[in-house]
Design a protein around this ligand. Sequence first.
Ligand code: ADP
Ligand code: MG
Length: 345
Amino acid sequence: MVATGKGASQGVLIKGGNALEKAHKVKIVVFDKTGTLTVGKPVVVSTMVFSDMPIQEFCEIAAAAEVNSEHPIAKAVVQHAKKLRQQYGLNSEHITEAEDFEVHPGSGVSGKVGDKLVLVGNKRLMAARNILLGTEVEDYMSESEQLARTCVLVAVDGRVAGALAMTDPVKPEAEQVISFLKSMNITSIMVTGDNWATATAIAKEVGIVKVFAETDPLGKADKIKELQLKGLAVAMVGDGINDSPALVAADVGMAIGASTDVAIEAADIVLIKSNLEDVITAIDLSRKTLARIRLNYVWALGYNVPGMPIAAGILFPFTGISRTKNHCTLKIPGDLLDILTLSKR
Ligand code: ADP
Ligand code: MG
């Protein structure tokens, strides 16, 4: 109770003693990429249209499909469409919403914009709908990935109409946190739904060696279970709906404060300040609390082991002192004695 209170005062919300107890055993911390290791505010840096659709119409369609999504990528697409409007001298901020909107966690979104069926997402989403990419699209994607950009494809009526590439910088504290965890004998791993090239580039930037990329939400949970099979306690740090199964599967699930409600609900610990340094705070708090509890056991044992035989009169043969009726030296205040005597009568 004291530790959870201390944690809360430092912005680490621990949901009960179980999470606090498990956190001291953690040997592996698995980090999600987008929004956890990265700032989570991607910005569109390049757009490519593969059809004869005007670029503004293309961005409007993509934004209409994304406007109801909570994903950081969706926010970047909407923001980009708004910026383009300003460049074209249009003042309206209103984005038309797609009908039949659907979220595909870890791969993208879909919906109907006017009479067009629109998909916005990654290669996996396109493959699931049997949409062919073509060499032009593949080339643009690998070019973006080499630059550590996340490339999002937009398909209209079953054909890739264009793509948007975005960058999302890593959090300033990320590298230091990973190296500090290493000094605590804790291995850091990255798991992401993004492509391998971007994931590897980001991992290198923060000092993570082991990466699992192109994983869907259930795949993330499977990776956690695989690591647990090695007999190691695993913590998962994430922010999205797509991280929720992994947050539940982990021994300790940590959601950063800026997470979606589903992730916060699924986690055992919430890092309110969204600062990765609090991963260390949570583990350190758990280690110190358990050490203190053990020390308290030693004190209690040290006091009771000699104390109880003495209370039972083990020293009587040597000292002549025992806690019998005649020898009791307990001083009872006069008033209390009166009450006791009266009640006895
Ligand atoms: P991470 O695991 O890094 O947090 P996600 O699992 O949320 O990433 O997403 C994995 C990939 O799925 C993204 O890199 C992106 O390509 C695609 N994706 C997910 N949500 C969206 C969306 N709303 N719009 C476009 N693409 C998306
Ligand atoms: Mg994420």
